[in-house]
Design a protein around this ligand. Structure first.
Ligand code: ADE
Length: 248
């Protein structure tokens, strides 16, 4: 997949795209990243990328001209037509389903906005607006990185063969992940749960299921409504709810 990022801070992407899994995927040719500086496309004297909003109000608005020219130039850099995404808190929320769908594209073009917003005429050129959550960041760069990382995990070959994008929190069962431990079996007086040490896989799976239910019950009870639950799960959840009521 080819990913083009349009930003006024291309240097912010250097580290994230060259390290760890994304760096490896790009070295292996599975992913190709290009960060483009919108400022390079500004036709005004001072290479400005923003101006005051029509109608007044606080803050600045990103100019249509440099962004539109940058989109045109970048689109023409490769034959595949990119899916055009703009990161904005007013977009639809990023979900695993959306990330999986985007992972099937041959090419993404991601616009990271800044200031109070982007001239609305740019939005008409885009396919969709995406938000990473109901909070506002200082710019679209970190959200773009989050999107890229999240989408990349669903591209075959990006994760190692022993890892699976489906296996973790939010995929598959709809529950949060159970706790994990590694050696040593005891550290600073803290012991690994006995059940994990005895090699009884039926017992281990039962314990992990309960732990996943407990984590989800404590941290994200909203997820339980959509999770696939059996009678034993429901009985355990009732037990947890009962204990909670008693402790309140
Ligand atoms: N830009 C600023 N905040 C954002 C958010 N939550 N999601 C996407 N883009 C953003």
């Amino acid at each position: 997949m080819r990913i083009d990022i349009l930003t006024i801070f291309p240097e912010m992407f250097d580290g994230i795209l060259s390290a760890s899994m994304l760096g490896r995927a790009s070295a292996n040719g599975i992913l190709e990243f290009h960060a483009h500086n919108i400022r390079d496309y500004s036709l005004n004297k001072h290479h400005n990328t923003d101006d005051y909003p029509y109608g007044g109000g606080a803050g600045m608005v990103m100019l249509a001209q440099p962004i539109m020219d940058c989109i045109d130039a970048v689109t023409a850099m490769s034959e595949a037509k990119p899916r055009r995404i703009v990161m904005t808190p007013r977009g639809k929320t990023l979900t695993p389903e959306l990330a999986m769908e985007l992972a099937k594209e041959e090419r993404l073009l991601i616009l990271a906005g800044h200031y109070e917003g982007i001239d609305e005429r740019v939005m008409e050129l885009m396919d969709e607006e995406i938000s990473i959550g109901d909070y506002v960041l200082t710019g679209g760069e970190l959200p773009a990185m989050v999107l890229i990382d999240c989408v990349s995990r669903f591209i075959p070959g990006v994760l190692g063969s022993s890892e699976s994008a489906e296996d973790e929190s939010f995929s598959g069962s709809g529950l949060l992940e159970y706790p994990q431990y590694t050696r040593p079996a005891e550290y600073r007086g803290l012991a690994v749960p006995e059940v994990l040490l005895n090699g009884n896989h039926a017992e281990i799976n039962k314990w992990r299921r309960k732990q996943a239910l407990k984590k989800t019950f404590e941290n994200r009870p909203d997820l339980l409504e959509k999770a696939e639950l059996n009678d034993k799960d429901r009985a355990y959840l009732s037990e947890l709810a009962e204990n909670k009521r008693e402790n309140e």
